[in-house]
Design a binder for this molecule. Structure first.
Ligand SMILES: Nc1ncnc2c1ncn2[C@@H]1O[C@H](COP(=O)(O)OP(=O)(O)O)[C@@H](O)[C@H]1O
Ligand SMILES: [Mg+2]
Length: 269
């Protein structure tokens, strides 16, 4: 695997894995759903995948995967448990490191949280082909810090105007604070095929006018795919099962599989 280039303006660990942050402007748009199912799809490609629940304040990857970890990131951060004990296997065959509850005290970015985060990634990332960071939403310090540890950023947005304005705000901060030249975009809960591409190019037009990167070029939005709104997603969440295992043939599952193909061919080849 290619070494992940250090994220701009961060102390990102040099690792053997591609670290991809899955983030959003607005909450509840499908980051955890995408992280978990994308991990399952990439695992089917034969890749070694780790998902890190980086949404420290509002962690819920465990709920989606129906896992009840005895050891969480909280125990690692407090030195109660070793990192190895905290990494567990999820249904779908990938590894997860869950934040669990009790992480509320880490929703503020302290030097301790920074160091712990960096240590965890520095230790684990070399063992995987790809690490997905299921981050929190928005532009708080903790969210931006976890995103800064990733070499690539996948923004999840829905076609709702509120989601798009929040995505715009987040992308703008990533251009200015993290000096990123591009971010990748997936439109979730799309109503019609083609919606995501249209929305991405509208957002690109706004970025072209108002956001310039350090290089003087506009911030580039790279459209990676769309996932349709699909009742099977809600049903899988209610049953606490991965969509890719529960209903692999449904439109949303097929779209996630396609997203995984695109990520593999563009980022992991
Ligand atoms: N493609 C989709 N179709 C239908 N419902 C979806 C879809 N994606 C997400 N959802 C719904 O949105 C909820 C929130 O998703 P989640 O991944 O927890 O968001 P986030 O991690 O961004 O807060 C899910 O529990 C599910 O019910
Ligand atoms: Mg989430």
């Amino acid at each position: 695997m290619t070494a992940a280039p250090a994220a701009p303006n961060s102390k990102a660990p040099a690792t053997g894995a591609r670290i991809i942050a899955i983030t959003s402007g607005k909450g509840g748009v499908g980051k955890t759903f995408v992280s978990a199912n994308l991990a399952a799809a990439l695992t089917r490609h034969g890749l070694k995948v780790l998902v890190l629940d980086a949404d420290l304040g509002l962690a819920n990857l465990d709920v989606v995967l129906n896992l009840h970890p005895k050891v969480t990131l909280h125990d690692v951060f407090t030195g109660r448990s070793s990192l190895d004990d905290a990494v567990i296997e999820a249904p779908g065959g990938f590894s997860v490191l869950l934040a669990g509850s009790g992480m509320v005290e880490y929703s503020r970015l302290t030097p301790e949280v920074r160091n712990e985060f960096i240590n965890v990634l520095q230790t684990l990332a070399p063992r995987y082909d790809v690490v997905l960071l299921d981050t929190g939403a928005g532009i708080s310090d903790v969210v931006l810090f976890s995103v800064s540890l990733a070499s690539e950023v996948l923004i999840v947005a829905t076609p709702e105007p509120t989601s798009l304005t929040d995505a715009y705000a987040a992308i703008k901060v990533l251009a200015t604070q993290q000096k990123r030249q591009h971010v990748r975009m997936v439109v979730n809960q799309a109503a019609r095929p083609g919606d995501g591409r249209a929305i991405t190019s509208q957002l690109q037009q706004v970025l072209d006018r108002f956001v310039t990167t350090e290089s003087g070029r506009p911030m580039r939005l790279l459209h990676m795919g769309d996932i349709p709104a699909d009742n099977a997603v809600r049903e899988a969440v209610m049953r606490r099962q991965l969509l890719l295992l529960n209903t692999p043939g449904c439109p949303a599952a097929l779209a996630v599989a396609q997203l995984a193909n695109k990520i593999q061919s563009t980022l992991l080849a």
